[in-house]
Write a protein that binds this ligand. Structure first.
Ligand SMILES: [Zn+2]
Length: 189
């Protein structure tokens, strides 16, 4: 077996040429070749033993790309308390069926024909965020009641959102906007 030395030649796979070519040994660590220069392209690179030599590197390029197998340690859902726990203590039996015409309040339980039981998590104007078992949906509410279209800023006037046998947390105060009633409007002739 030939003894390698700095300045000697060795066959090694060139990273640029992607071929096993003659290289000039630039540096050695002990008896091992550390760095070589490709005689073909002149590029310096760390020595990798050619296929068929003692170190037996993987013939293909799979050794570098295969190493990253990141296990999925993260849980898909970040639920602190389960949906059932959220609904526990709620008045599920009296949960009204969801209707865009009804008006809902935060913490209210509703029954949706498609998504099932849901817990109102936020009310934003005529939109409600309702947490269902699988995901949170944003639905409309307060679209019914009066026959006339109300201005967007008008709060829902209906209070009949179910039995008030428990304190309604943070119910938005209904500012009594003076709407022209039908009686006040004099009929035209
Ligand atoms: Zn080369």
């Amino acid at each position: 077996m030939a003894t390698h030395k700095v300045g000697g030649e060795v066959d090694a796979p060139c990273t640029r040429c992607k071929l096993t070519l003659a290289h000039t040994i630039l540096a050695m660590v002990g008896t091992k070749i550390a760095r070589v220069r490709c005689n073909t392209c002149g590029g310096d690179h760390a020595y990798r033993a050619a296929p068929g030599t003692t170190d037996r590197p993987t013939a293909s390029r799979s050794s570098t790309s295969r190493a990253s197998s990141t296990p999925r340690a993260e849980k898909p859902e970040k639920v602190v308390i389960s949906f059932e726990e959220q609904l526990a203590g709620k008045d599920i039996a009296n949960a009204p069926k969801y209707s865009p015409k009804d008006t809902y309040q935060v913490d209210q339980v509703i029954q949706h024909p498609t998504f099932g039981l849901g817990l109102v998590s936020a009310v934003r104007g005529d939109k409600v965020d309702i947490a269902f078992k699988s995901e949170t949906k944003t639905l409309v509410h307060g679209r019914g009641g009066a026959s006339t279209e109300k201005p967007a800023f008008s709060p829902p006037s209906a209070r009949q959102t179910g039995p008030a046998d428990k304190p309604q947390p943070l119910a938005p105060l209904a500012t009594e906007t003076a709407e022209p009633s039908a009686d006040a409007a004099a009929p035209k002739e």
